[in-house]
Design a protein around this ligand. Structure first.
Ligand code: DAH
Length: 341
């Protein structure tokens, strides 16, 4: 019996190795392992063996069966592999698969985060659906204050009014200032980057855009620290020969308040056809208003700080020297535009 089984296996392997197609191999499989095949016949004959011989013969037949099945699988795998590579010229140039890349605004967000991380700032991302309190009231803009008008806010009047007022889509990242103060971890060196929303759409506005907000609070923080951070950012993001300047302005939540400009990359501050005056406007900044510190439960006699808030879209367009005739193209998913960055 043992010899018979080994003979059968060897015959099968010999035949398989001669098979030229998968179909031929499958026919041999039927001949040997099929329901009416040669192995099945042997297995049946085991029933007629004396009781003492049966278990051993059964065990051996099963092992041989398994080996034959494995041989079949190996042969099929080998045939498949050789058909895959047949006729391929490995010296031909490859086909580069199409890969995407990050949107230019996402690229800018990552770069901004990295620049500020190097001087100890950490990134947070506060809610886009925000309470009136954090976006306005706590920022020294009480209800009915006319300064609020500038922010063209979307109000979510379907949600109930809570202790912090109505829910809104945050129109600026300054809403993260008091949220960060509530953590009570000093020094505060926050960069809050998030989406913002305003009810404005035209060639220079999109209703959804991004801002990043810097906030630094500690004992003894003053304007020179702000100016140092602004210059550091101007050089790191726009280039080593650029500088920042601050101009007096008014914001409700800072005192004093400034507009921040970056020296023009073409004329470096002298004035040219591109910039006219030598400077390009980046956004707002200032020393945190004592009322805002109080809203964040921080004692303005002990602590002081500065804040700044700029649009990511504007900042990255300034860097690329882009003068888009219609800013909405940033979000129209037009690959002819996006693939340039
Ligand atoms: N949140 C202001 C805006 O959206 C920008 C801003 C101005 C942010 C002055 C600040 C700041 O932190 O100090 O227009």
């Amino acid at each position: 019996m043992e010899e018979k089984l080994h003979q059968l296996k060897n015959d099968f392997i010999a035949k398989l190795s001669q098979a030229k197609t998968a179909e031929e191999a499958r026919n041999f499989e039927i001949e040997f392992l099929g329901r009416k095949g040669k192995l099945t016949a042997i297995l049946r004959s085991i029933a007629g063996l004396p009781d003492a011989d049966r278990p051993k013969a059964g065990q051996m037949a099963n092992t041989i069966k398994l080996e034959m099945e494995l041989a079949m699988k190996d042969r099929m795998d080998a045939m498949e592999k050789s058909s895959d590579t047949a006729g391929i010229d490995a010296t031909l140039p490859g086909i580069i698969p199409q890969t995407g890349h990050l949107h230019l605004v996402t690229q800018a967000i990552r770069e901004i985060n990295t620049i500020f991380e190097k001087i100890g700032f950490y990134t947070v991302s506060y809610p886009e659906v925000e309470w009136d309190w954090y976006a306005f009231e706590s920022l020294n803009m009480p209800k009915e204050h006319p300064a609020r008008d500038e922010w063209e806010t979307f109000f979510i009047d379907k949600l109930p009014v809570g202790p912090k007022g109505l829910r809104i889509l945050t129109p600026h990242t300054s809403s993260g200032q008091v949220r960060e103060m509530e953590k009570k971890q000093f020094p505060i060196r926050m960069i809050n980057i998030s989406k913002c929303y305003r009810r404005q759409i035209d060639v220079s506005h999109v209703p959804m855009f991004h801002q990043f907000e810097g906030l630094m609070i500690d004992k003894g923080v003053n304007i020179t620290h702000l100016k140092g951070v602004l210059d550091y950012f101007a050089k790191s993001f726009f280039g080593p020969n650029r500088v920042a300047r601050i101009r007096p302005y008014h914001f409700q939540f800072t005192e004093p308040s400034f507009e921040v400009d970056i020296s023009c990359g073409v004329c470096l501050g002298k004035g040219c056809n591109l910039c006219k005056e030598g400077w390009l406007e980046l956004g707002g900044a200032g020393m945190v208003h004592p009322n805002v510190l109080k809203a964040g439960k921080i004692d303005p006699k002990k602590y002081s700080g500065f804040a700044f808030g700029w649009g990511v879209e504007r900042t990255c367009m300034m860097k690329a020297g882009l003068q888009l005739p219609d800013i909405r193209i940033l979000y129209q998913n037009d690959l002819r535009f996006l693939q340039q960055f």
